[in-house]
Design a protein around this ligand. Structure first.
Ligand code: PLP
Length: 375
């Protein structure tokens, strides 16, 4: 069976975990957390990066830091993972879902402004498949209406928009290092903070509402409870795993890109003949080969396609029941405007296996199986 995903492991993970254990520091904010946030800050050109226990938690922190309260409205796409909405619903906010663009599956920036009401506090963008939303337009709308911009960049580590890394363009950026993402620590994530004034509040929320980070830096002589907070810092064991991955970030990137480009090249004639649609990378954007998907004619064809792949021992999967049609989405949120593309496009989309270390024979077998379905 060709799996859909294999968690990446590049070599030094065990050594670094062992080093953390021998250094007698396995809780959070030790050497490896510092190495990871240092690496990320330097490579992404971000002022402040805090490693977190997940992207979901990074998004929760962004919601708290943006001052989201009961009854506030937060604009987001419906075609996304549940965490995008959960973080705001936990604060009592109402997710207001806006339709997506059929080319990138990202929020349609042209529909955002008409969804704004006096209660709107933030726009949450999701860079689906590591491909950027139209950030200039979105930041401009946010500036004119005084809204926070939060980037769910869970899938977009090392992708860019007009030369800037995704996750560093809005007020807050949220990354995931879950085992299904390009760079991994099992469960984990990071929060990028743009506004200098929000760094200290973020450190406090992450450390159970205490000023412990200041204490560790020697800026105060004892630490105490100063605000409402939670525990959002990951263990050094997870950070050690991640650092091994970040050190080999280029290798992981190039390996995934090789498979992605091969899928794109060897399936492009099926796109030209109108049988399928392939991912679109808008001009000015670079992507990180997080995901390769095709779009079938419709839901019925997708079901037959997935079964066909299974018969060839290949796991192809689809995802995201649009949030506005899920039970919690109906309960907590609402759709602004018309669902022209969200449901229709999401029911055509199917992802092909793509992971670090995928061998050429397996990639070839996937391509062969796709081609045999359409022949
Ligand atoms: C994976 C993912 C998340 C959640 O990431 P965790 O680190 O598992 O919390 C959130 N949003 C999107 C778009 C994702 O793909």
């Amino acid at each position: 069976m060709i799996p859909f995903n294999v968690p990446p492991c590049v070599g030094n993970e065990i050594n670094y975990i062992e080093d953390a254990i021998k250094g007698r520091k396995i809780s959070g904010d030790g050497k490896y957390t510092g190495l990871c946030s240092g690496w990320l800050g330097e490579h992404l050109g971000a002022r402040k990066i805090l490693l977190t226990t997940s992207c979901t938690h990074a998004t929760e922190m962004a919601a708290i830091l943006s001052g989201i309260r009961e009854g506030d409205e937060v604009i987001m796409p419906s075609y996304t993972f549940v965490s995008t909405a959960d973080a705001f619903v936990l604060r009592g906010a109402v997710p207001v879902f806006v339709d997506i663009r059929p080319d990138t599956m990202n929020i349609d920036e042209k529909l955002i402004e008409q969804a704004i009401t006096p209660r709107t506090k933030a726009i949450v963008v999701v860079h689906y498949a590591g491909v950027a939303c139209e950030m200039d337009t979105i930041n401009d709308i946010a500036r004119r209406h005084n809204l926070a911009v939060i980037e769910d960049a869970a899938q977009a580590v090392l992708s860019t928009y007009k030369g800037k890394y995704l996750g560093t363009i809005g007020d807050y950026g949220c990354y995931s290092f879950h085992e299904t993402k390009n760079y991994s620590m099992g469960e984990g994530g990071a929060l990028v903070i743009k506004n200098e004034d929000m760094i200290e509040p973020a450190e406090i929320i992450r450390e159970k509402g205490t000023n412990r980070s200041k204490f560790f830096r020697g800026e105060i002589d004892k630490y105490t409870w100063v605000e409402a907070g939670s525990s959002y810092l990951p263990s050094e064991l997870n950070a050690a795993y991640l650092f091994a991955q970040l050190e080999k970030a280029d290798e992981i990137f190039e390996d995934r890109m090789r498979t992605w480009n091969r899928y794109k090249d060897e399936l492009s004639d099926l796109e030209e003949s109108g049988s399928i649609s392939l991912p679109v990378i808008p001009e000015g954007c670079t992507h990180n080969a997080h995901m390769f998907y095709i779009k079938t004619k419709d839901l019925d064809e997708r079901t037959r396609f997935i079964n066909h792949m299974k018969e060839h021992d290949i796991l192809a999967v689809f995802h995201y029941v649009p949030l506005h049609s899920a039970p919690a989405g109906r309960k907590y949120g609402r759709f602004a405007g018309y669902d022209i593309y969200t449901t229709a496009e999401s029911s055509r989309l199917v992802r092909l296996p793509l992971y670090y270390g995928m061998n050429d024979d397996d990639a070839g077998a996937v391509i062969e199986a796709v081609r045999s379905f359409y022949s």
